[in-house]
Structures are given as structure tokens and as C-alpha cells.
Design a protein around this ligand. Structure first.
Ligand code: AMP
Length: 282
């Protein structure tokens, strides 16, 4: 497995893979890899792609310097996990390598969806995501790129980015991987201990309550949101949004008369957690 540290090395690695007849499967990550990340790699390998994993904690998408500093990092374990998973190449650049001129003057600003939900709580977050993802696509060249439904709003925004800018990338969405008790796997879970770990289950409980209500016949999106919000307020210390959205564009809905995505977010202990669930009304 090759480890590319510079942008030039990444371009060369991707070109070489294509020249040898492989299709490239890019898996962008911020490291501290877990089974959720590795499910993306497995999907790329299953599709016959040479998996190219990027590991970069992108400062541009963090509004809070404390959150950036505390973000878990474990490159040694990440490289071992990639090797074991059959990854062809890892791109693990420094911040100075990715942004040699400091914070870029030119950024990619997604549309209005970037100001809602996670974007409302984290202003500028999706501009940081869209900018780094566009750089990675530019460096990797023609490829499939794998994104998890764990970050559902990010997936919707990245799909739109690729369509709007005609990028030579085909986006593959991958299912959310959970812990046995329902908690969505996340690198940030490493920072949860004791009572916080228990509270963190509240996000999936809230989604489950919303789903049960819809399956029992509730069709008012507001009623479903209230029910999720009640569970989130009861179970988590800093509840944020509980929202019922259409799965394609994440538009708000009044009536649950088609498949929907339920989305929740809450602060628990030192971290902010997000989760979501697809529901198909009977
Ligand atoms: P991150 O390192 O958190 O930026 O995540 C990198 C990629 O892995 C993103 O596309 C995430 O959506 C995806 N991912 C993270 N956690 C999970 C999970 N539990 N299940 C599926 N995909 C995930």
C-alpha cells in the first residue's frame, strides 16, 4: 500500500492506478477510522475499484478551534486498518501541504441547504467541506467517490456539487453503520465516556420514536418532529434539531405521504452528534 504525502504524489498514484487499468474509488475521511469508514472501503473494493483513502482533518470545516484540536487522530492504526482492508493507496497530507498559501481565497459555497440543519449550527462548515472535497476530486481525477449516509446532509450537498460543477466523479452513497445498541458509529464517539455514552443512545431512540409514529399512521411532520424532540430533550443534555425531510433535496415537509429522512442532532458531553433514519410510510 502506497502512502502519498503530497498532492503531486496523490495525482501520480491515481494516474498510475488508472494507467494499469483500475478504476479509482476515492474514500475521503478525517481518520480515526472505524467500521463505518471501512464499510466504504469494502464497497469500493466490491465495485472493483482500487481504493484510495484520504485522511485529512480539514481545518476549513471546523468553526471551533477547540473541536479541531480535540478531534481524534491515530494515523498508525488508520494505516494498518487500510492495509488490512486492501486499500491501494492512502493520501495523508499535512495542513500546509493541502493549503500552502494558508486559508484559500477561492472556496466552494454550496446552496441554501448549507445554511440549514448542521449548517445552521456550524456556519461555514459546508463551505469547508465542499472546498476540500473539490480539491480531492481535482487531485484524484476521474473516479467513484464513496460517502456515508451517516452524514446525510453532506451526501446531498456533495451530490449537488458534482452535478452543478460537472465534476468527473460518480458519487456512491453507503448505508450508515451502527454500534449494536443503535449508536451511529463516529470518530467522535471515542470521546464519550460513562453517562455520556448512555445519553448518546438518545439520538437513535428519538429516530426510532419518530419512525414508530409514522408506521402507526401519523402523517403530520410537525407531530413526528415534536415526538422526536421530546425524546431528544429527555435523553440528551443539549438537544438541537429534530427534522422530517424529503430524502432527495432535504426540503421541509408538512405531510409524511412519501419516503422521508428523519434527522437529529444533539450535544453530548464534549461532542456534537448527528444521526438520521430513512422511513417509508406504510
Ligand atoms: P469522517 O471521517 O467523519 O469525515 O467520515 C468520512 C466518511 O465516512 C464520510 O463519508 C462519512 O459519512 C462516512 N462515515 C462515517 N461514519 C460512518 C458510519 N457510521 N456509517 C457509514 N459511513 C460513515
Amino acid at each position: 500500500m502506497e502512502v502519498a504525502r503530497t498532492r503531486a504524489e496523490l495525482r501520480e498514484a491515481a494516474d498510475r492506478l488508472r494507467a494499469s487499468g483500475s478504476s479509482v474509488g476515492l474514500v475521503p475521511t478525517m481518520g480515526a477510522l472505524h467500521r463505518g469508514h471501512l464499510s466504504l472501503v469494502e464497497k469500493a473494493v466490491a465495485n472493483g475499484d482500487a481504493a484510495l483513502v484520504s485522511i485529512f482533518v480539514n481545518p476549513l470545516q471546523f468553526g471551533d478551534a477547540g473541536d479541531l484540536a480535540a478531534y481524534p487522530r491515530d494515523e498508525e492504526a488508520d494505516l494498518a486498518a487500510c492495509e488490512k482492508a486492501g486499500v491501494a493507496a492512502v493520501f495523508a497530507p499535512s495542513v500546509a501541504e493541502m493549503y500552502p498559501k494558508g486559508a484559500p481565497d477561492t472556496v466552494v459555497r454550496p446552496g441554501p441547504l448549507a445554511d440549514e440543519l448542521e449548517g445552521a449550527a456550524r456556519p461555514g462548515h459546508f463551505t469547508g467541506v465542499a472546498t476540500v472535497v473539490t480539491k480531492l476530486f481535482s487531485l484524484a481525477g476521474r473516479c467513484r467517490a464513496y460517502f456515508g449516509e451517516k452524514d446525510y446532509q453532506q451526501l446531498v450537498i456533495v451530490r449537488r456539487l458534482v452535478a452543478d460543477l460537472d465534476l468527473a466523479v460518480s458519487i456512491v452513497g453507503c448505508p450508515l453503520v451502527r454500534e449494536p445498541d443503535g449508536l451511529a458509529m463516529s470518530s467522535r464517539n471515542r470521546r464519550l465516556e460513562g453517562a455520556d455514552r448512555e445519553s448518546a443512545r438518545g439520538l437513535f431512540r428519538a429516530l426510532t420514536a419518530g419512525k414508530q409514529l409514522i408506521m402507526a399512521g401519523e402523517r403530520s411532520a410537525r407531530a413526528v418532529e415534536s415526538a422526536m424532540s421530546e425524546v431528544l430533550s429527555h435523553d440528551t443534555p443539549r438537544p438541537d434539531y429534530s427534522s422530517v425531510r424529503d430524502p432527495e433535496r432535504l426540503a421541509r415537509l408538512e405531510v409524511v405521504d412519501r419516503p422521508v429522512r428523519l434527522l437529529v442532532a444533539a450535544g453530548v458531553g464534549p461532542v456534537r452528534l448527528i444521526d438520521n433514519l430513512a422511513v417509508c410510510p406504510p
